[in-house]
Design a protein around this ligand. Structure first.
Ligand code: NAD
Length: 480
């Protein structure tokens, strides 16, 4: 049994009450680890530690802060295989995917080490002679990061990289389902000598830890990634202390496939982005709209390619897909399938647990494609966050845009077309913070990533992600 501790004020500690949270391997349903279950007072300690560390950290030059991030990035790369192993054990994704996530997280630290050196101000001419305005950026103070279990290392790395590079100190609330891999990532920062209190990590129930962080007058910024429902609570709770909040929330990603597209690329993109990480990605494809002339061919080829995906235990098997991370996720996927079937949808492939003795335990589920879907169905309106996608035909671009925009979400969209005017028009008219054209990954570390509508606001990635942790100050000078 693995046991890990929390990080408060540079020390690895238990919760004061000694309670723990158990960690389950979703491929075997075995409890294989536990971590402390923090209560209010543990979280207050973490906030106070971050507060004590703030002044000296914020006054280091960005070049000095960058040195820690660069060293930590190298150490994460060195330990990537070990971190990936524990990530697969607690989250379920295949080992190669887990290692990819850890490597990306190392790159994020390096990127923000560099971006931190590029926090420039501005000099602005004034109308009156001998006056000048100066705009400078200063770290906002103690920040808190709350993130989910689907990419537990990467989503934390976005926040750690940007906050620390900006000169903020951070309290990270780690996901209860997958606390071990983020703790292993954080250990790399500690082991390169990050000053005490600059980064703190607590584990425990979201409602308890969240409410301390959200209501604390010391915490000046909350970076939240998670569901729209909890995001809304975070925003409401932050009103009393008027915190800066960024909310990276749920999505329902539409893919529009036009008849002039490269169909091979569209099909392989659809398979990858619908089912990677068992669809447990905020920018997983939930809905596919295909121009009617190629609807049948697309469905046939999409199903053929999907059936070739190999499901297995990500730790021991060579596979494309592992189990889902939680039993609740499997149940939600089944609910969305049943709802669609009751309303007239048909299963093209999947729709059940895989057969065979090796799938008796574990939260496994077959990647599932539905056809004959419509917008009265949950699958076409709500985020399943599971390996499920609905495919429906369209006749005109206006109709495709209307369908794509017909949900409360606006995180990202995907378009496949070879016609530049069609691409340009769809990019303009789709209500989403990110649009990928002829590729299926709308997120890159040096470009801003954020949602519209119920997918939240604020940014991660890019300089915009860094500015989330900075105050703007205008200084007006008169030269006497
Ligand atoms: P969740 O909202 O249930 O939990 C997210 C985090 O918030 C967890 O650490 C949880 O412990 C914590 N939390 C729970 N209740 C809280 C409360 N009352 N106050 C403060 N914190 C609380 O989400 P989840 O099910 O863990 O994650 C899946 C969701 O995350 C999906 O909706 C997915 O789309 C979203 N997500 C969004 C992005 C993005 O960039 N937009 C990225 C990944 C995941």
């Amino acid at each position: 049994m693995i046991h890990e501790k929390m990080l408060i004020g540079g020390k690895w500690v238990e919760s004061k009450k000694g309670d723990v949270i158990e960690v389950i391997n979703p491929a075997t349903e075995e409890i294989f680890a536990d971590v402390p279950l923090a209560d209010k007072s543990d979280v207050e300690d973490a906030v106070n530690a971050a507060d004590s560390a703030f002044l000296s950290w914020s006054r280091l030059s960005p070049f000095e802060r960058g040195k820690y991030l660069r060293k930590a990035s190298e150490l994460v790369l060195k330990r990537s295989k070990d971190i990936a192993r524990v990530l697969t054990m607690e989250q379920g994704k295949p080992l190669a995917e887990a290692e990819g996530e850890v490597i990306k997280s190392a790159n994020i630290l390096r990127y923000y080490a560099e971006e931190g050196e590029r926090i420039y101000g501005r000099i602005i001419a004034n109308e009156e002679p001998d006056f000048e305005s100066m705009v400078i950026y200063q770290p906002i103070g103690v920040a808190a990061a709350i993130s989910p279990w689907n990419y537990p290392v990467e989503l934390l790395a976005w926040k750690v990289g940007a906050a620390l590079a900006a000169g903020c100190t951070l309290v990270a609330k780690l996901p209860s389902e997958t606390p071990l891999s983020p703790l292993a990532f954080i250990k790399c920062l500690v082991d390169v000598g990050l000053p005490e209190g600059v980064l703190n990590a607590v584990t425990g129930p979201g409602s308890v830890i969240g409410s301390v962080l959200i209501s604390s007058p010391i915490v000046k910024k909350i970076a939240f990634t998670g569901s729209t429902e909890v995001g809304r609570e975070v925003l409401k709770g932050s009103a009393d202390t008027l915190k800066k909040v960024s909310l990276e929330l749920g999505g329902s990603l539409p893919m529009i496939v036009c008849k002039d597209c490269n169909l091979d690329a569209a099909v392989s993109g659809a398979v990858r982005r619908s089912f990677r990480n068992m669809g447990q990605i905020c920018i997983a494809i939930n809905r596919i709209y295909v121009e009617r002339e190629i609807y049948e061919e697309f469905i046939e080829r999409f199903a053929q390619a999907t059936k070739k995906l190999v499901i297995g235990n990500g730790l021991t098997d060579k596979c494309d897909l592992g189990p889902m991370c939680t039993l609740a996720g499997v149940k939600k996927t089944i609910t969305h399938i049943q709802d669609a079937i009751e309303k007239g949808a048909k299963i093209v492939c999947g729709g059940k647990r895989p057969e065979g003795s090796k799938f008796e335990k574990g939260y496994f589920f077959e990647p599932t494609i539905l056809r004959d879907v419509n917008h009265s169905m949950l699958v076409m309106q709500e985020e399943t966050f599971g390996p499920l996608v609905g495919v429906m035909p369209f006749d005109t671009l206006d109709e495709a845009v209307e369908l794509a925009n017909d949900t409360r979400y606006g995180l990202a969209a995907i378009v496949f077309t070879q016609d530049i005017s069609t691409a340009r028009r769809l990019c303009r008219d789709i209500e989403a913070g990110n649009v990928a054209v002829n590729n299926v990954d709308a997120g890159v570390i040096n470009a801003p990533y954020g949602g519209w509508k119920d997918s939240g606001f604020g940014f991660e990635h890019g300089p915009e992600g860094l500015y989330e942790y900075l105050h703007i100050k205008h200084i007006r000078i008169r030269y006497l």
